[in-house]
Design a binder for this molecule. Sequence first.
Ligand SMILES: [Zn+2]
Length: 284
Amino acid sequence: MNSNLSRLQIYPLTNSQLGWPEKLALKSSFGFGICPVCGKFTIFTNFTDNLRESGLCKVCQSNNRKRQMAFMLLEAIYETTGIKFSSVNEFTEQASQLEQFVNFRIYNTETTGSLHNYLTKLKGYKASEYLGYEYESGETIHGILHQNLMNTSFEDSSFDFVMSSDVFEHIPEPYQAFSEVNRILKPGGRHIFTVPFYSDRYRDEVRAVLAEDGTVNNILTPVYHGDPIRAEGILVYVIFSMEMLCKLSDMGDRVRMYDVRNPLKGILGNNALVFEHIKTNQVN
Ligand SMILES: [Zn+2]
């Protein structure tokens, strides 16, 4: 391609070069800064080539991706309430004393990890896992709430924020789940999420589909992601693209895509992408 034109190109996005904080973190395997999860000035250790999934906070064990979610949550709280918190720890410590948060409800689609651990201090907090097709949404199994995101047990307009971090790629009908999340959000509520995303493609990559009889038909070589509650890992059905932004926007909502790279907060790499699906005041 003509080099002048490639300089001007803004879509498809091309991954930018890594900056010096990333190069330093990869060389030394650590970085330092203020963690948006625990709020401490800390060392981020064990950075690997997979920057997004590494760099554990020495204090709270958050990784880079969890800090991206925390950062976005704090920004969304600031945008919706005008109150700025420097960490999720600070937010959960103070929320119970602030009238803006009396009826504030967050639903997180995971029950492990540092972000979840701090959020459990909030009164209006719910967290769940998907534990298998044999269970009904809303059942509690060995102390863990089970929810199928394609059909949860929550009432309409239940939550201010729904959070999911690398979950929707594992759902056979992800757009049904996006629409279900929209149903359980209050008007003006936000789904804050990360997913594996091709910044240079127009169409989602459908890797597998679930047949009506419950069998999985793999279209592409099966890929499994590590999962805190399943040793065998969890199958990837879809890797998202621009198509996701179009489909979410077609639901009549606002969709935003952010690059939240912020080395001073331990957020490194050229794919620090976080999304917001904001339910507009018009109830669907
Ligand atoms: Zn931390």
